[in-house]
Design a protein around this ligand. Structure first.
Ligand SMILES: *Cc1c(COP(=O)(O)O)cnc(C)c1O
Length: 397
């Protein structure tokens, strides 16, 4: 009886067919069940692994000082925000974090969002709309694209880091306002956008730049202030966003820019206005995390040492490490099946490195996304390098 009813529900039956198809195509994704803190050595699916999967680039996600701060802040501010920011949800801890972030990145003001995804979805639609145009790098993160669609502005994509094509598009545009939107550090490539060139185009064509620094914040620039600091760039034409769940080790995101931009977003960014903020204790923890980032020059130096070690000890002829000075060190394999068997082979050796395939990356550029963290030791990285060297020799024979 119930079975018959289930078969009649065509929507649900369609979902099942879709899932079955993904499974037969080898595209069904599975979550690993984690039974340890996020760290370089994890327990996932009841097994111990050396992990190169996390975006916790400075190793702060399990930092004793941050754990203690979160516990203490929960004690004095509770565990829930209770209402949206514009009602009674805006706690002093949120406010302190915003001021701390603005000062740290050298911008007049900042606004905290619950996640990076929500920030990108809310901000683009608030800043531009019908009659305006967004110019986006082809390899931008999915949520920048989503935010662009929601904005109803014209949407132009240019090839990855291609300044000349971008200039042609800007030159041809008759839009009222023009906004270039790009990842500052690309999540699957680890390379850095040509930010000085973008700013020059903004000045030439009266455009603005929205930069997503999810992978640069905490890692690049003076004391980890991010990609803008890396290039020593400041401009009222720039609005930056960064996530706080990666190098900052906690959760959330912020947008920083001119005071008028932030004031306007508080009124109009829907994912800010109509959403309950993350608990104040999280903001208190993040303020402490910004302190650790700022004092973390030795962590960043160690991270750079690990990158050097990886580059020096990989002896590969076929697979290639892509050029990157960031914590994201992708190993280009090319073939989809090959990258999956490589990732599975490493897993059998107790090492987790995710295989990234199209459509996440362009066709024929399947890769391992190796992400390094200051929590890794030299011997962790040597273990990975040796496993990869051996895997290439064995898979060719
Ligand atoms: C992770 C990521 C986001 C999303 O941030 P969350 O806080 O995880 O929602 C946005 N942009 C880029 C480039 C990212 O890598």
């Amino acid at each position: 009886m119930l079975q018959a009813l289930k078969q009649e529900l065509s929507l649900l039956a369609g979902l099942q067919r879709e899932l079955d198809k993904r499974k037969t195509d080898g595209l069904l994704r599975q979550r690993r069940l984690l039974d340890s803190p996020q760290a370089e050595h994890i327990v996932a699916n009841d097994q111990q692994f050396l992990s190169f999967c996390s975006n916790d680039y400075l190793g702060l996600a399990n930092h004793p000082k941050l754990i203690a701060t979160m516990q203490a802040a929960a004690g004095d501010s509770g565990v829930g925000s209770g209402a949206s920011n514009l009602i009674t949800g805006h706690h002093r801890y949120h406010d302190t974090l915003e001021k701390r972030l603005a000062k740290f990145v050298g911008m007049p003001a900042a606004l905290v969002f619950s996640t990076g995804y929500m920030a990108n979805i809310g901000v683009l639609g608030a800043l531009v709309g019908r009659g305006d145009a967004i110019f986006a790098d082809k390899l931008n993160h999915a949520c920048l694209n989503e935010g662009s669609y929601y904005s109803l502005a014209e949407f132009h994509r240019y090839p990855h880091n291609d300044v000349a094509t971008l200039e042609k598009l800007l030159n041809a545009s008759t839009a009222k306002h023009k906004l270039i939107a790009a990842d500052a550090v690309f999540s699957m490539d680890g390379d850095i956008a040509p930010i000085p060139e973008y700013l020059a185009l903004c000045q030439k064509y009266d455009a603005y730049l929205y930069l997503d620094d999810a992978h640069g914040f905490g890692v690049l620039g003076t004391h980890g202030a991010g990609s803008l600091s890396h290039f020593h760039i400041q401009s009222p034409r720039i609005i930056m966003m960064a996530t706080l769940g990666k190098a900052a080790g906690v959760a959330g995101a912020f947008v920083a820019g001119e005071q008028v931009v932030i004031d306007y977003l508080i009124q109009t960014a829907k994912s800010y206005v109509y959403s309950t903020p993350a608990p104040p204790a999280l903001s208190a923890t993040l303020t402490e995390s910004v302190n650790l980032i700022e004092q973390g020059d030795d962590l960043r130096a160690h991270l750079q040492d690990l990158i050097r070690t990886l580059k020096q000890h990989l002896q590969l002829t076929k697979w290639k490490l892509m050029p990157s000075i960031t914590a994201v060190q992708p190993l280009l394999v090319g073939n989809n099946h090959e990258v999956v068997s490589l990732s599975e082979h490493l897993q059998k050796c107790g090492i987790l490195v995710p295989a990234i395939r199209p459509p996440t990356v362009p066709v024929n550029t399947a890769r391992l996304r190796i992400s390094l963290s200051a929590a890794h030791t030299q011997s962790d990285v040597l273990k990975l390098a040796h496993a990869l060297n051996e895997a290439e020799r064995n898979m060719q024979s």
